[in-house]
Design a protein around this ligand. Structure first.
Ligand code: AMP
Ligand code: TRP
Length: 323
């Protein structure tokens, strides 16, 4: 089954990205899976060019360190395959201003700045192009991308109705637990690369001592009953979901093993450290060899182009562009 997903190179990867998306990517990799570092998306907010350059390579190394194998799946950088931007324009011409301005993520991000970039508004259309170019059946993403996925399906259906059956209609796939990892300090807000309290996010490359500190200081509640209940215990339930996702068992079951918050936090910290330490080690090895990383993504872009180019040309032809 064809799979496509993407991640922005706009900061260090946190366990929200890992559990919500990247772990699913690793678990479902196959020759039919395409994963991209969406550098064009990162341009929708102000970012220093030298920082974008570094973070794009960091992101490639993090994905490989987390377990993506370029011998099995295709890993590439979005801007290396020019058909993404080209199809995005065609899709902009079947999208409406109204539907784009209603996107929650757009409204949240636009609210925080004056004179936001037009790309911030059209960003989900570029994401639709990413997905539709590969005729993806499945798109593994965190919960925050559900609305963008729905928009992608609407755009694809509208295009197919107007111009002929060119695009496959994709489905979003979310993990059974941790589809929305919350900030450890403010458990009513999602863990985020852009806005986060210093102790609120655990990064893939955090030192063990920092991981331990962040989990120990995670906000819970003043009761002392270990129970999985998002309504009344968001902080504790967030820790239980993280635990559940790392361990692979149900959060209620994990809750039943503990009577004290402290014991739960200690065991969770040990588990997170056990999983992240080898990833951080592999990251440092991979990141020290940028030439090999570049070779991997160039080869990835070649494979991606073989799939994306014919779909782009069919869409352009269907719309009446002379071939
Ligand atoms: P981004 O960093 O915004 O490019 O997101 C990359 C992937 O991580 C997307 O599939 C997101 O849905 C997912 N993601 C981001 N933040 C979280 C979070 N706090 N919890 C779960 N998934 C997340
Ligand atoms: N918009 C996604 C995010 O911010 C990243 C993304 C871009 C993506 N293109 C995609 C995800 C295509 C899945 C498929 O997280």
């Amino acid at each position: 089954m064809r799979i496509l997903s993407g991640i922005q190179p706009s900061g260090t990867m946190h366990i929200g990205n890992y559990l919500g998306a990247v772990k699913q990517w690793v678990d479902s990799q196959s020759p039919e899976a395409f994963y991209c570092v969406v550098d064009l998306h990162a341009l929708t907010l102000e970012i220093e060019p030298s920082v974008l350059r570094e973070q794009t390579t960091d992101c490639v190394a993090s994905l490989l360190a987390a377990g993506l194998d370029p011998e099995i799946c295709t890993l590439f950088i979005q801007s290396h395959v020019p058909y993404h931007a080209r199809l995005s324009w065609l899709l902009e011409c079947v999208s409406s201003y109204g539907e784009l301005s209603r996107m929650t993520q757009f409204k949240e991000k636009a609210e925080r700045q004056e004179g936001y970039r037009v790309g911030l508004l059209t960003y989900p259309v570029l994401m639709a192009a990413d997905i539709l170019l590969y005729s993806a059946a499945l798109v593994p993403v965190g919960e925050d991308q559900r609305q963008h996925l729905e928009l992608t399906r609407n755009i694809a259906e509208r295009f197919n109705n107007r111009y002929g059956e060119i695009f496959a209609i994709p489905e979003g796939v979310q993990p059974p637990a941790a589809a929305r990892v919350m900030d450890l300090q403010e458990p009513t807000r999602k863990m985020s690369k852009s806005i986060s309290s210093p102790l609120g996010s655990i990064y893939l490359l955090d030192e063990p001592a920092d991981i331990e500190k962040k989990i120990k200081k995670a906000v819970t509640d003043t009761e002392n009953e270990v129970r999985f209940d998002w309504e009344t215990k968001p902080g504790l339930s967030n820790l239980l979901e993280i635990f559940s996702s790392f361990e692979g068992s149900a959060p209620e079951l994990i809750a039943s093993r503990y009577t004290r918050y402290g014991d739960l936090k200690n065991d969770l910290a040990a588990l997170v450290i056990e999983v992240l330490t080898p990833i951080a080690k592999r990251y440092r090895e991979l990141r020290s060899d940028p030439v090999s990383l570049r070779t991997i993504v160039y080869q990835g872009a070649e494979k991606a182009t073989e799939v994306a180019a014919p779909v782009y040309y069919r869409a352009a032809d269907a719309m009446g562009l002379v071939q």
